[in-house]
Design a protein around this ligand. Structure first.
Ligand SMILES: [Zn+2]
Length: 364
């Protein structure tokens, strides 16, 4: 049975590349067509109303286990495998925890990226891996023939090499790795259903932690951060900086072949569509902007301010699988108040971020 995937490159973008007559990117066009073919049955299945029980528990598994305190010093347990150009998982195990660099650039980048993601969750949020209980971090690289995507299949991260014309490859972007692993964290906490508004929030949460992993690893504060997701995955032949911009949704790329980044930056422009699980990669721009604005308003390191507030919400047990934007926004304001006090800077910054994107949270 095909595993469900959370892919970083949305179907509408692959469709643009696949449909391009342009002789500019013959390899990319062929690769995108193959990627779409491979993903098509999966996407149909995922948008069905009924989801298999292993993906969406009736009562989402909340972490009630104690998280590791500073004394416990959780350590990652990484395992990177090589699919050697086949579409087979997991592939051949090539680097385990503690082993020296393999010399394969993708293997070592994936290993390092898994480590950086683990560090953020362990040190900042006292979370021991994806499930909060030391789950091994597994990845497979060199998946498929110039496969134009990276995805989380519920157990592991899988990286394609990219076609080399449009996409450079996926292991070099720390925000992509953090994004994919955060899908696992969401599955183990809030269990946001991957459809419509709750699906866009699921995507949003992954972008939040993807950006935070990158900022944490390089010590960037909210002002100096790029707020881009997937920076560097496009080749120089493409007019694009990244897949998405959290701070300015709709501005990540504008290219003859790719088209223009279609993400809305305001709730008034929420996109109703049947594609992309109800526009999960599109409408995530709206909460993304609210988060980035709140982080910039507060200044300093985003993982210490809004990052903790968002993590509180994710693990609060107060989100439901079908939580929508308004409820989620209200929970973030509530979490800011609980952590920092009524009418605190943090509460005002979070409410202000949502207000700018058209979501007013009634003040209590
Ligand atoms: Zn995703």
């Amino acid at each position: 049975m095909q595993q469900p995937t959370h892919a970083i490159v949305p179907p509408y973008l692959l469709a643009r590349i696949a449909a391009a007559d342009d002789l500019r990117f013959p390899r990319a066009t062929a690769a995108a067509r193959r990627s779409l073919l491979r993903d098509a049955p999966l996407r149909e299945w995922r948008s069905a109303a009924e989801r298999p029980p292993f993906l969406l528990p009736e009562h989402p598994a909340r972490d009630e286990r104690p998280t590791a305190g500073p004394g416990l010093a959780p350590a990652p347990d990484r395992r990177v495998s090589d699919a050697e150009g086949e579409e087979r998982l997991p592939g051949r195990l090539v680097r385990r925890e503690g082993q020296p660099p393999s010399g394969d650039r993708s293997v070592d980048a994936a290993y390092d990226g898994l480590g950086e993601t683990f560090e953020l969750f362990a040190r900042v949020f006292s979370r021991d891996s994806i499930d909060g209980a030391g789950m091994p971090l597994e990845a497979t690289v060199h998946y498929g023939d110039r496969y134009d995507n990276a995805f989380w299949d519920g157990e592991r991260m899988v990286f394609g090499d990219g076609d080399g014309e449009v996409f450079r490859g996926f292991t070099d972007s720390l925000s992509v790795i953090g994004h994919e692993l955060a899908h696992g964290v969401t599955e183990h906490t809030a269990g946001l259903r991957y459809q419509g508004q709750s699906g866009a929030l699921n995507e949003h949460v992954s972008d939040v932690f993807g950006a935070l992993v990158e900022q944490y690893a390089s010590g960037q504060d909210a002002d100096s951060a790029s707020w881009l997701i997937g920076e560097g995955i496009f080749t120089d032949l493409v007019e694009g900086r990244a897949l998405r911009s959290m701070l300015n949704p709709g501005t990540a790329y504008d290219d003859d072949v790719l088209g223009r980044d279609p993400q809305p930056d305001h709730f008034d422009r929420y996109i109703e569509t049947d594609d992309d699980n109800g526009g999960v990669h599109l409408n995530s721009g709206i909460p993304n902007r609210a988060f980035a604005l709140a982080a910039r308003e507060l200044g300093g390191f985003a993982w210490e301010g809004v990052g903790r507030i968002w993590y509180d919400v994710l693990t609060s047990g107060r989100l439901r699988p079908d939580t929508g934007f308004r409820r989620f926004a209200a929970e973030t304001v509530r979490a800011a108040r609980e952590r920092h006090g009524r009418d605190s800077r943090e509460e005002r910054a979070v409410a202000g971020g949502w207000s700018t994107v058209g979501i007013e949270v009634p003040r209590e």
